[in-house]
Design a protein around this ligand. Structure first.
Ligand code: MG
Length: 224
């Protein structure tokens, strides 16, 4: 799979919620007993270096996450075979209009609006599978301007990547290029126009970050 091809090949983004207990707690949510997910549109992708757009009236929060890119279709996949279906990884931000999400939660409405705006899934280039020997031991960090906001490790996930693939594929087929956002560590917070967001990822065995991304933040302009 070439560097950015999964962004046009994949037909869905499956985003896991509350997969780090410290993050579930910081938003006042119970720690889940089984994986919980929602879908984001692929039109929300923003390749590295792009501009994150803040829609009017939205309190937009950053959530840095390890993204898993599917390389081989699977349905009812056992966790023990899940790694065979992974092509590689990416570093992604699951941007969220937190005020709209809180309203939706109160009313029992879906999160499509709060999670689905254009540019709400900034994402890195493709990372080959071999570059991350163990998806359960990856350091993730995110800075807004010079301030470190998120600093976590995927070893703190409640449900592992193979468990997530087993769960999702028991409901919907995972197809080539589909992306799973595996949940965010604690430290989520607001971003606004003028900010610069940087984030990086380091497999625990590596000496330095294997990848970093950078996005500037602007107000969304009306196109009408
Ligand atoms: Mg998230």
């Amino acid at each position: 799979m070439s560097a950015r091809s999964f962004l046009s090949t994949g037909r869905k983004i499956v985003a896991i919620g509350r997969n780090f207990s410290e993050h579930a707690k910081e938003l006042g949510n119970a720690v889940p007993k089984s994986p919980f997910f929602f879908l984001k549109p692929t039109s929300s992708y923003l390749p590295n270096g792009g501009s994150i757009e803040i829609p009017k009236g939205c309190d937009v929060h950053h959530e840095v996450e390890l993204a898993v890119v599917i390389g081989k279709e699977t349905r009812d996949c056992r966790a023990s075979h899940a790694m065979d279906h992974i092509a590689g990884y990416a570093l992604a931000l699951d941007l969220t209009a937190r005020n709209l999400q809180n309203e939706a939660k109160k009313k029992g409405l879906p999160w499509s609006t709060s999670k689905g705006y254009d540019t709400f899934t900034p994402i890195s280039d493709f990372i080959p599978k071999a570059s991350i020997p163990d998806p359960a031991d990856v350091h993730l960090w995110l800075k807004v301007n010079d301030q470190l906001r998120q600093n976590g490790n995927t070893k703190d996930m409640i449900f592992s990547v193979p468990q997530l693939i087993e769960h999702i594929s028991s409901i919907m087929r995972l197809e080539v290029g589909d992306v799973i956002l595996t949940g965010t560590p604690s430290g989520v917070g607001p971003i606004k126009a003028g900010d610069v967001v940087t984030a990086g990822l380091k497999p625990d065995s590596a000496l330095r970050d294997s990848l970093a991304v950078k996005f500037n933040v602007i107000d969304r302009q009306s196109t009408s």
